[in-house]
Design a protein around this ligand. Structure first.
Ligand SMILES: NC(=O)c1ccc[n+]([C@@H]2O[C@H](COP(=O)([O-])OP(=O)(O)OC[C@H]3O[C@@H](n4cnc5c(N)ncnc54)[C@H](O)[C@@H]3O)[C@@H](O)[C@H]2O)c1
Length: 401
């Protein structure tokens, strides 16, 4: 056996915090952001990309970002942090890394082959993580000889700003590695939550009704987009309404996540994508970045005014909120994460004004259940089925917190 082999060797370096060299694969939006977080936390960082232009771009923008942070007094020395970086075009630069985080294109076969290649280069104690948003960590780990060293570390965009990191053990992951990864993320100033390796993990699963129920309400003609956005921001306290947010994220990303979650859940109708959004994608109306999405962002375009009818607004808000709460409750029921982590994920990952389980307690589980049951009775669609856990809480008069 290799002198560094065995479980302890796997855990030891990650606990050493600043002493391990962190490798990042892919220097795009996420990879560059994650590399910045690790370097600011004190690690030597190797940032690798097959595309030399992407690597050069990351180098320039990292330098400018760190400089700005220094000017704002948020960083002592940009130069010192920059000096911790190695920009590499060869995988061999990862030889001495203790942790590698992959943030390349979202394609399973490509990720698997990169993990298999990386494993040939690194030592046996090196932990391998993927930042995938939607792929199975278990499938990625299966490409490795030592699958117990693989886990998901899902950062949110922009990684240096968003506090949440979902820590996702694969079926094969060494259990002790999860705690070590949580500790490391805390040392990086992040808020880690642990999620089961299921489609969408926590945030991308639980948040689906924010988009899909809003679109459904719009498609049925209950209200227009501006009114739904107004209801969710003004009455619901969300920072952005669903249509504004989908346009901001981009339909190429948001629609694809919905479709991936839907197919990965064996076509559960609760996650069904919409034709309205699919057509936008087909038209190339991707949102803000193309100047047109649900809204028109062309200069001089007149934005629609909401109908500020509070009764209608509350009806919209409660319908979407009931669907969101139901999703969070069902995730708890299925042990996707703890109640605490489920609430942390939504407040720290997507800036919800309140954790959904807390919101259920504050609103009243009975009211939430009544809303869902009324939708179910009206539509006779499985989409509106209430989680058994919500029903049990109401029957037992219990709260989530
Ligand atoms: N963008 C987001 O909001 C977001 C949020 C969380 C997670 N993610 C996930 O992070 C990953 C990266 O997303 P992104 O938005 O940073 O993508 P991106 O397109 O901005 O960057 C990907 C980078 O990876 C490089 N790359 C591609 N194949 C490679 C390979 N085989 N070896 C080395 N480098 C390679 C590309 O040159 C590019 O620079 C994806 O898995 C995505 O699902 C994205």
């Amino acid at each position: 056996m290799h002198p560094c082999g065995g479980i302890n060797a796997l855990i030891f370096p990650i606990k050493m915090n600043r002493d391990i060299i962190v490798g990042v694969i892919g220097s795009g939006a996420m990879g560059a952001g994650i590399a910045q977080v690790a370097a600011v936390a004190g690690h030597q960082v190797v940032l690798y990309d097959t595309n030399a232009a992407a690597l050069e771009k990351a180098k320039t923008s990292l330098s400018a970002t760190l400089q700005k942070l220094q000017e704002k007094g948020k960083l002592e020395s940009a130069e010192e942090v920059l000096a911790r970086f190695t920009f590499a075009g060869e995988l061999s630069a990862f030889t001495h890394c203790g942790l590698i985080i992959e943030a390349i294109v979202e394609k399973l076969e490509i990720k698997k082959s990169v993990f298999a290649e990386v494993e040939k280069i690194v030592g046996p104690g090196c932990v391998l993580a993927s930042n995938t948003s939607s792929l199975s960590i278990t499938s990625i780990a299966a490409a490795c000889g030592k699958a117990s060293r693989v886990l998901g570390l899902h950062f949110f965009n922009p990684a240096p700003v968003m506090a949440l990191v979902e820590v996702i053990p694969a079926v094969q992951t060494d259990e002790a590695l999860v705690g070590a990864a949580v500790d490391l993320m805390r040392a990086w100033g992040k808020v880690p939550v642990v999620a089961k390796d299921t489609p969408g993990f926590i945030v991308n699963r639980v948040a689906r009704p924010f988009y899909s129920e809003a679109i459904r309400i719009y498609e049925e003609g209950v209200a227009d987009m501006a009114t739904i956005d107004w209801a969710m921001t003004e009455l619901g306290g969300f920072r952005m309404g669903p249509f504004t947010l989908m346009d901001y994220i981009g339909h190429d990303v948001n629609y694809v996540v919905t479709e991936t979650v839907f197919t990965s859940f064996f076509f559960d109708p609760r996650y069904k994508p919409s034709f309205s959004q699919k057509r936008l994608l087909e038209a190339g109306w991707l949102g803000r970045k193309t100047g047109r999405g649900f809204y028109n962002y062309a200069e001089g375009a007149v934005q629609p005014e909401p109908n500020r009818d509070v009764a209608l607004g509350n009806e919209i808000k409660e319908r979407i909120l009931a669907m969101l709460i139901n999703e969070a409750v069902d995730a708890l029921h299925l042990n996707i994460a703890s109640a605490k982590d489920l609430d942390l994920a939504m407040t720290k990952g997507v800036n919800y004004p309140k954790g959904l389980l807390q919101w259920c307690d504050d609103w009243g589980a009975d009211k939430c259940l009544a809303r869902l049951d009324s939708l179910y009775n009206d539509y006779h669609e499985d989409r509106y089925r209430a989680s058994i856990l919500l029903r049990k809480k109401v029957d037992g008069g219990e709260k989530f917190s």
